[in-house]
Design a protein around this ligand. Structure first.
Ligand SMILES: [Mg+2]
Length: 231
């Protein structure tokens, strides 16, 4: 099914029984087309270049290598170069968020979902606050679990999901996870969560089957789920 088409109501009824709704932040709660996370990635590459002394393509290749091997570039820079995570995170999140505007559709859909809503991110509490304020959805969430809460061990580490579930008393069988990164959905799916891959408008078709659903329009998808659950 194309990512911009809404599944049928009967299909969305698998969300019945979900009490906790878990969202990634970057490129999930706002679209990749905003350029915000691209700007973060740009700063991550620049930081990697400064710390490692690599330049240009070498720095970019090193950054990709760390992200692939350690889950995030930060973890690689901590392990191999002793980088201070607090300083790194403050630097890379100093980005322009002015492309983000209040998302009334998302705000309304989030309020209509029964149960608690959480953010599970490899960013920081400060980045979450500033981004949610721009989107005008800050008051829709019951809790945020950031990379410091995860002991700087990023998704998709099993221990990080376990720590999150434990912190908020979330039952995976009664939870749903929304993410733009396919590899971050494998553990939630194996734990029994409903999983939704959130993709940009440029997403390749067909998508690999890593989740129960794929959507290119999160607000419309969530509104469809709320309709299915109230109908
Ligand atoms: Mg993301």
């Amino acid at each position: 099914m194309p990512a911009d088409k809404l599944p049928a109501i009967e299909e969305l009824s698998v969300f019945a029984g979900v009490r906790d709704w878990i969202f990634d932040l970057d490129d999930t709660l706002y679209p990749p087309e905003s350029g915000v996370f691209k700007a973060v990635m740009h700063r991550i590459r620049a930081y990697t270049a400064r710390v490692t002394g690599a330049s240009g393509e070498d720095a970019a290749a090193l950054q990709r290598n760390y992200a692939a091997r350690y889950g995030t570039t930060l973890r690689g820079l901590m392990e191999e170069h002793g980088v201070d995570p607090v300083e790194f995170l403050a630097d890379v999140h100093a980005v322009d968020r002015s492309a983000l505007a209040p998302d009334a559709g998302l705000a309304e859909a989030l309020s209509r979902l029964p149960g608690r809503k959480f953010i599970l991110t490899s960013g920081t509490h400060a980045h979450v606050s500033e981004t949610l304020a721009r989107l005008a959805i800050a008051d829709r969430f019951d809790g945020v679990f950031d990379i410091a809460d995860a002991g700087y061990l990023p998704k998709p580490a099993e221990a990080t999901y376990a720590a999150f579930l434990d912190r908020f008393g979330v039952e995976p069988a009664a939870a749903a996870m929304f993410e733009d990164s396919p590899r971050n959905l494998a553990v939630p799916r194996a734990l029994g969560m409903r999983t939704v891959l959130v993709v940009g408008r440029q997403a390749p078709q067909p998508m690999p089957q890593v989740s129960d659903f794929v959507t290119a329009n999160l607000p419309a998808f969530l509104a469809g789920v709320a309709d299915a659950l109230s109908g």
